[in-house]
Design a protein around this ligand. Structure first.
Ligand SMILES: CC(C)(COP(=O)(O)OP(=O)(O)OC[C@H]1O[C@@H](n2cnc3c(N)ncnc32)[C@H](O)[C@@H]1OP(=O)(O)O)[C@@H](O)C(=O)NCCC(=O)NCCS
Length: 164
């Protein structure tokens, strides 16, 4: 990390906020042919990313600022277990990038397929609705440092495209 460490400012690890959920897909989640709606998957992605950001930020209110463009690599069907694994990659001042890995499990065959990865940016707001600073990330190891750097590059890219 290149920023100076302020020992008085709170820092949290990635592990303190990471989260996972498994939801069985129902007919109400899907079209008449049994394919789960992309929007339904995004709803669960947004919910879990919000939980991770809330755990990291503490008492602040959390809103979703953006979800990067994402591709659904494989279909998810009624009766599949949708498995979402979310972790924080990068923190700026009030904004946080949360990565959500999406898998579909065919419960009859005990087979899991990776169906996509979402990058969600969430912003912490204070009681007046103004963006407020969140704890910095306490990075452990090269893998987390790499994720942080890649998250920073994606954030700079999405902020550049926001200005257009
Ligand atoms: C997200 C929101 C709070 C940003 O407000 P803003 O007036 O643009 O505030 P700022 O310019 O000070 O930005 C605040 C932070 O958000 C980040 N941000 C704003 N828009 C962003 C975007 N499109 N993508 C990623 N980050 C974004 C800024 O980089 C800044 O981060 P930092 O404090 O870590 O540097 C505001 O646009 C909002 O309330 N949007 C609606 C959120 C919502 O209701 N979401 C639910 C879905 S409708």
């Amino acid at each position: 990390m290149t920023d100076e460490i302020d020992q008085n400012f709170p820092r949290k690890t990635v592990q303190e906020s990471e989260a996972e959920t498994t939801i069985v897909m129902l007919p109400s989640d899907a079209n008449p042919l049994g394919n789960v709606f992309g929007g339904m998957i995004l709803k669960y992605v947004d919910l879990l990313a919000g939980l991770v950001a809330k755990r990291h930020a503490g008492h602040a209110n959390i809103v979703t600022a953006s979800i990067d463009s994402m591709t659904f690599l494989k279909p998810v069907y009624i009766g599949n277990a949708l498995i979402l694994k979310a972790r924080i990659n990068y923190v700026r001042r009030s904004s946080m990038e949360v990565e959500v890995k999406i898998e579909a499990e065919d419960l009859n065959k005990s087979q899991k397929v990776h169906t996509g990865t979402a990058y969600v940016t969430l912003v912490a707001l204070d009681e007046k609705g103004k963006p407020t600073e969140v704890p910095k990330l306490m990075l452990n190891g090269e893998e987390e440092e790499k994720r942080f750097k890649e998250g920073q590059e994606r954030m700079e890219s999405r902020l550049r495209s926001r200005k257009k």
